[in-house]
Design a binder for this molecule. Structure first.
Ligand SMILES: N[C@@H](CCC(=O)N[C@@H](CS)C(=O)NCC(=O)O)C(=O)O
Length: 268
């Protein structure tokens, strides 16, 4: 176990409550501990905490970086939950888990051995679908609900991306399958954007956007491929609407980790 030293400079500009959270000590089995608000230097406390924010930061186990010690790793499901916490202005403590060598304390919390896992009401909750749903119920403000009829928009992009990424045969149709999904998404955004539910970000964007980030980095690296210019709404959604959001920048994985994370799948 190692610990990351937190820089108190940014924290010092926040309230004493937040400052206390920023300087929380590293605990048993926890590689790194920080809170959601540590990096925000210019937000008044009244905005950075929701009305019903928990009295102490929510504990969340996430994947650790494969390439840099004490850094958040490349799990899109973890980023989805972190984005939800950020968008709801909920403070949290990250527990970085080395998935190649899962510690005992983590397997005790979650025998399934997968991240993310979030502690809510003294219970550890697994699976990003369940976690984000539970957060919405417990902390409804600001609401991030995507209407059911829009909730599955773009939901086939990730599987078709993986199919193309793993493909060794350029003529097997996997690239076209991905292009078809991206093209439908482009048409959808053109009619309904800029976000999946219109003008505001919602849960469906927070589920899809980490996957698009993986797509961009992994296909760029392993296939020298990028989203074509013929899909301007998808390109703009990624670059201007999502990837440039504060919450996204703060919770994204390092590109080196995304590349390292997909390597076994590409090589298999
Ligand atoms: N359906 C789960 C998937 C989570 C998942 O696959 N997490 C991966 C990391 S990206 C994991 O923990 N893998 C470790 C393992 O399978 O042993 C969710 O949405 O949370």
């Amino acid at each position: 176990m190692s610990s990351a030293r937190l820089q108190p400079t940014a924290c010092a500009m926040l309230s004493s409550t937040i400052k206390h959270h920023c300087l929380r000590p590293v605990r048993n089995g926890v590689v790194f501990s920080t809170t959601s608000s540590c990096h925000r230097t210019n937000r008044p406390l009244s905005i950075s905490m929701s009305a019903s924010a928990p009295p102490t930061p929510l504990e969340i186990c996430v994947k650790a970086s494969l390439t840099v010690p004490n850094k958040l790793g490349d799990c899109p499901f973890c980023q989805r939950v972190l984005l939800t916490l950020e968008e709801k202005h909920l403070p949290y403590d990250l527990k970085l888990v080395d998935l190649a060598n899962k510690p005992e304390w983590f397997l005790k919390i979650n025998a399934g051995g997968k991240v993310p896992v979030l502690k809510l009401d003294e219970k550890w909750v697994a699976d990003s679908d369940v976690i984000t749903q539970s957060l919405e119920e417990k902390y409804p403000q600001p609401p991030l609900i995507t209407p059911p009829e829009k909730a599955s928009v773009g939901s086939k992009i990730f599987s078709t991306f993986i199919g193309f990424l793993k493909s060794k045969d350029p003529n097997d149709g996997t690239e076209q399958a991905l292009l078809d999904e991206l093209s439908s998404f482009n048409d959808y955004l053109k009619e309904n954007g800029p976000f999946i539910n219109g003008k505001d970000v919602s849960a469906a964007d927070l589920a899809l956007s980490p996957k698009l980030y993986h797509l961009e980095i992994a296909l760029g690296h392993y296939k020298n491929w990028s989203v074509p210019d013929s899909l301007p709404f998808v390109k703009s959604y990624m670059k201007n609407n999502i990837f440039s959001k504060d919450s996204f920048i703060k919770t994204r994985a390092l590109p080196e980790d995304v590349i390292a994370g997909w390597r076994p799948k590409v090589m298999s």
